[in-house]
Design a protein around this ligand. Structure first.
Ligand SMILES: Nc1nc2c(ncn2[C@@H]2O[C@H](COP(=O)(O)OP(=O)(O)OP(=O)(O)O)[C@@H](O)[C@H]2O)c(=O)[nH]1
Ligand SMILES: [Mg+2]
Length: 334
């Protein structure tokens, strides 16, 4: 039997090109949805027309790699859930990876009505006490300037197309009033938000403590089994700290926030310093929301689990039915 690399090299050059291009040029391919479709169609046709080559053990390794890449690119793989994904991957590689990936693509893009070329969207809700700088951070990111005077907000929406890691994403930012003025509308925004920027004021310790109340409210409203929705903490107004105490204050508040994260079992969080006045990290906060939302959602893991569970059952039933039919046809006297 030929070894793996010889097998690989003996593949027709078109198929080699499709496998290699798909694997090496992921980012740009993600932006060109039409090309993914072409790669998938090509490999799919090749596998069904050249069953003999495709079913060689060495070849199935390459094709499994290809189909897993399709999964990661089109459906979504969360590096934070690496262990759970690799367990499932082992399970589905044994039972027709291609079939399961195609089912997932079908469900995701046909049933969920999310076309390939739809621009990704993330809804971000600014949360925190009044006067901590929620509006200032948003204005700084959206318009690039800073407003000195304080004008308490009444629910402001913002919408902007960003490029995060070379991929376009439409962000919708809701900037409600501070926790002191929360209303039924704020509950509505919190429920519908994908990601939260929880802002604290580094010159006002009580706002760091208050941020836990906001977290508790979000948890209550989201009502998830696991608190996987991203919460990005912003230690804002760091421009007001002087060099002598900056490190100390930041460390103290980071510890406080870490204990809030632990107590409330938040699973997808990050802590950043920020300043709406100097622009420090304001854009990064929104970008991190997109990244966390993009890679951190465990919906895809749930989808994969369901497919593994139900498709394996379905395959078992069809095999039994097939055996029964074969038996019946053997008994047939015609
Ligand atoms: N020095 C400094 N001042 C800031 C910063 N961010 C906000 N401020 C000031 O803090 C005050 C309150 O800022 P806002 O952005 O209105 O605060 P908010 O959280 O939106 O307040 P509410 O809408 O009432 O909940 C304003 O006077 C801002 O100029 C910052 O990073 N540095
Ligand atoms: Mg505001």
């Amino acid at each position: 039997m030929q070894n793996c690399s010889t097998q690989f090299l003996s593949l027709p050059s078109e198929i080699l090109q499709h496998i290699l291009e798909f694997g090496t040029n992921l980012l740009s391919i993600q932006q060109r949805s039409q090309e993914i479709k072409i790669h998938i169609k090509f490999i799919l046709n090749f596998q069904s027309l050249n069953r003999k080559i495709s079913s060689m053990p060495e070849m199935t390794i390459y094709f499994d790699k290809f189909w897993w890449k399709v999964w990661e690119t089109c459906i979504g793989y969360n590096p934070l859930l690496e262990n759970e994904f690799s367990l499932l991957k082992d399970e589905i590689v044994k039972g027709e990876l291609k079939r399961k990936v195609l089912i997932a693509i079908f469900i995701k893009f046909n049933i969920c009505k999310q076309p390939w070329n739809k621009v990704e969207e993330t809804k971000i809700v600014m949360i925190g006490a009044g006067g901590v700088g929620k509006s200032s951070i948003t204005i700084n990111c959206f318009h690039g300037h800073f407003i000195e005077f304080y004008d308490p907000t009444t629910d402001e929406p913002y919408r902007k197309l960003l490029q995060v890691d070379n991929l376009p994403v439409m962000i919708d930012v809701i900037d409600p009033a501070g926790i002191e003025d929360y209303s039924a509308m704020t509950d509505y925004y919190m429920r519908s938000g994908d990601t939260f920027i929880n802002v604290c004021d580094v010159v006002d310790e009580k706002t760091v403590e208050q941020s836990e109340r906001v977290v508790e409210q979000v948890i209550k409203l989201k009502c998830r089994e696991i608190n996987y929705f991203p919460v990005i903490f912003a230690l804002n107004k760091v421009d007001l700290l002087n060099d002598s105490n900056r490190e100390q204050v930041i460390e103290k508040y980071t510890n406080l926030i870490n204990s809030i994260i632990e107590r409330n079992q938040l699973k997808n969080t990050a802590i950043f310093t920020s300043s709406a006045k100097t622009g420090e990290n304001t854009k990064l906060l929104f970008e991190e929301c997109v990244r966390r939302n993009r890679y951190g959602s465990n919906d895809n893991l749930t989808l994969l689990k369901e497919i593994v569970k139900y498709d394996s059952k379905f395959i078992e039933i069809s095999k039994k039915q097939m055996k029964k039919r074969m038996k019946q046809s053997k008994n047939c006297l015609l």
